[in-house]
Design a protein around this ligand. Sequence first.
Ligand code: ZN
Length: 211
Amino acid sequence: MFIELIDMLRCTRPHEDSWLVATFHEMRERDVVQGLLSCPVCTARYPITGGVAYFDELSSAGDNEADATMDDGTRIAAYLNLVEPGVVVLGGTWAGAAASVSGMGSTVIALNSPREPDGCSSHVRSSDVLPMARETVDGIALDSGAPGLLESAAHALKAGARLVAPAAASVPTGLLKLAHDGRWWVAARRGGGASGPVQIARGQRHKSSDG
Ligand SMILES: [Zn+2]
């Protein structure tokens, strides 16, 4: 967990917005390896273990296999219109593109990655809510359609920034759907300036994972 990103993390419980108090037990350069994040509002505590910030109790990591077709930073950069480096959240199997996207200069936060993502110093586990401050993120790709996750992702986006989510998921309020194919949609948070064209490859034969 990159230390400068900790200011952007928020408690996942429904209450007023507050930063988290961080206690560091082990640092590696500017990454927190072991530590604790505490919420001053509700006293929730979130451990940082092995560099990963845990915001919920996941049964186990690695229960869904990484999708090799997602290891494509160019594709996600196009979806998210990453013309300039920024802060990007790559959820689930999208985290496979972390090294590629960070190679383009962006700071990547992996969310619920099924395996330890390469080239990504910040890894967060939180399945229901994205624990990020409002309007701080330049692009988010999710492979989960959990409504709370989508809604909090919409709030975390800067104006004009984009969200990629599964085609079956509802587009959260405040976002404008720009494009979709059989598997994904791309939407932008309203209030931004003109955004560039979106290209989603058509005709890809993927099976939808949710029934
Ligand atoms: Zn709290």
